[in-house]
Design a protein around this ligand. Structure first.
Ligand code: PHE
Length: 339
C-alpha cells in the first residue's frame, strides 16, 4: 500500500489528481481508515502494533501529499509569472488622455483668482425655490422684471434656477457677520427657456460674486472686475461700467471689456465701439440685505454675475455657444492644456 501510494502521488499530474488520491488513500472509505476501523476485530495484543503501523503509514502518505501539493503550487506560480512577464522593451500603447472642458477651464481660472483673494467658493442647487431665485432677490411674484428671465417652472414654487444669484441669498442668510465679512463666488449651471441658436442656450453657466462688509464701494467692484478681465483676457484689458438695471442691485451696471484679438487665426472680437459687454453687476439692494437679515444701515456690498460661456467664446473665438454642449471631441481637443 505504501509503495503504491507513494508512486501514485509522485506520478500525479495536477492538483485535481492529488486531491483524488488523497481521498482514495486517506478518506473515510480508504484502506487506512478501514484498517483502523477493523481494529476491534483484532486480538487485543495485535492492536497496538497494527495501530502504530497504520498511523505511521498515514503520516507518511500525508507528508508525501503535502509535498506534492507544494511542488504543484510552485510550478503553477512559475507558470503564472512567466505568462504575465512584461517585456519592457516592446513599444507601449498610447493612452489617450482627456482634458478639462473649456468652460471648466475658465471657471477654474476664475476660482483660483478669487480663492487667492480669500473668497469662498459656494455651491447651490440647480433645482431652486422661487423664493430664492426671485423673491429674496427683490423680485416678488408680480414683478415685471421676471420677464427678463424666461423660466422653466417645475411647480409654481419650484424651478430650474435662471441665475446663480439665489446662492447669494442663501449664503447671506446663513452668514454670521460678527465673525467677519462675506466674500464668495458661486459657479454653476443655469437654465432659461430660450430657443437654442448660436448665441442662446437653454442651459449655460454663471459665476456669481458677492462681497458684503462695512464700507464697500463701487470702486471695490470695479477693481475686482478689472482683475477678472485681466486674468481671463490678458493684462492689457480695461473695463468700463455702463448704467443698467437689475432688481437686486442699485445702482446696477453692465460691464464691458476693451476689445481684443482672441485666440484663433484671424479672430477678432472688436466691435466698432471698441468695447464688448461681458457681465452684469451692481451694489446689493437694501431690500435684498434686509430680506436676508442683514442691516443695510451697517452693511453693504457688491454683486456680479458673469457668464463663463461668453468668456470662453470671446477668449477663444468660438462663434457658436452650442459647440460647448455637443461634446464633439474634435472641438474639445483643441483646448487641451499642455504640460
Ligand atoms: N443675475 C444676473 C443675471 O443673470 C446677473 C447679476 C448678478 C447682476 C449679480 C447683478 C448682480 O442677469
Amino acid at each position: 500500500l505504501k509503495h503504491n501510494g507513494l508512486k501514485e502521488i509522485k506520478a500525479a499530474e495536477g492538483m485535481d489528481a492529488v486531491k483524488k488520491i488523497k481521498v482514495s488513500l486517506l478518506g473515510k472509505k480508504g484502506p487506512i481508515t478501514n484498517v483502523l476501523r477493523g481494529m476491534k476485530d483484532l486480538a487485543p495484543e495485535e492492536r497496538p502494533q497494527v495501530g502504530k503501523m497504520a498511523n505511521i503509514l498515514r503520516d507518511e502518505l500525508t507528508k508525501a501529499i503535502d509535498a506534492k501539493t507544494k511542488e504543484l503550487e510552485a510550478a503553477l506560480l512559475q507558470q503564472k509569472l512567466a505568462s504575465e512577464a512584461i517585456d519592457v522593451t516592446l513599444p507601449g500603447t498610447q493612452v489617450t488622455e482627456g482634458n478639462p472642458h473649456i468652460i471648466t477651464q475658465v471657471i477654474t481660472q476664475i476660482e483660483e483668482l478669487f480663492l487667492g483673494m480669500g473668497f469662498q467658493v459656494v455651491d447651490g442647487p440647480e433645482i431652486e425655490e422661487d423664493h430664492y431665485n426671485f423673491e429674496m432677490l427683490n423680485l416678488p411674484k408680480d414683478h415685471p422684471a421676471r420677464d427678463m428671465q424666461d423660466t422653466f417652472y417645475i411647480t409654481p414654487n419650484i424651478l430650474m434656477r435662471t441665475q446663480t444669484s439665489p446662492v447669494q441669498a442663501r449664503t447671506m442668510e446663513k452668514h454670521d457677520f460678527t465673525k467677519g465679512p462675506l466674500k464668495m463666488i458661486s459657479p454653476g449651471k443655469v437654465y432659461r427657456r430660450d430657443n437654442d441658436d448660436a448665441t442662446h442656450s437653454h442651459q449655460f453657466h454663471q459665476v456669481e460674486g458677492l462681497v458684503i462688509d462695512k464700507h464697500i464701494t463701487m470702486a471695490d467692484l470695479k477693481g475686482t472686475l478689472a482683475l477678472v478681465a485681466q486674468t481671463v483676457f490678458g493684462a492689457e484689458r480695461k473695463i468700463r461700467l455702463r448704467p443698467s438695471y437689475f432688481p437686486f442691485t442699485e445702482p446696477s451696471c453692465e460691464v464691458d471689456v476693451s476689445c481684443f484679438k482672441c485666440g484663433g487665426a484671424g479672430c477678432a472680437v472688436c466691435k466698432q465701439t471698441g468695447w464688448i459687454e461681458v457681465l452684469g453687476a451692481g451694489m446689493v439692494h437694501p431690500n435684498v440685505l434686509k430680506m436676508a437679515g442683514v442691516d443695510p444701515e451697517v452693511y453693504g456690498g457688491f454683486a456680479f454675475g458673469l457668464g463663463p460661456d461668453r468668456f470662453a467664446m470671446l477668449k477663444y473665438g468660438v462663434d457658436d455657444i452650442r459647440q460647448f454642449y455637443l461634446n464633439d471631441v474634435r472641438f474639445l481637443k483643441q483646448f487641451a492644456q499642455k504640460g
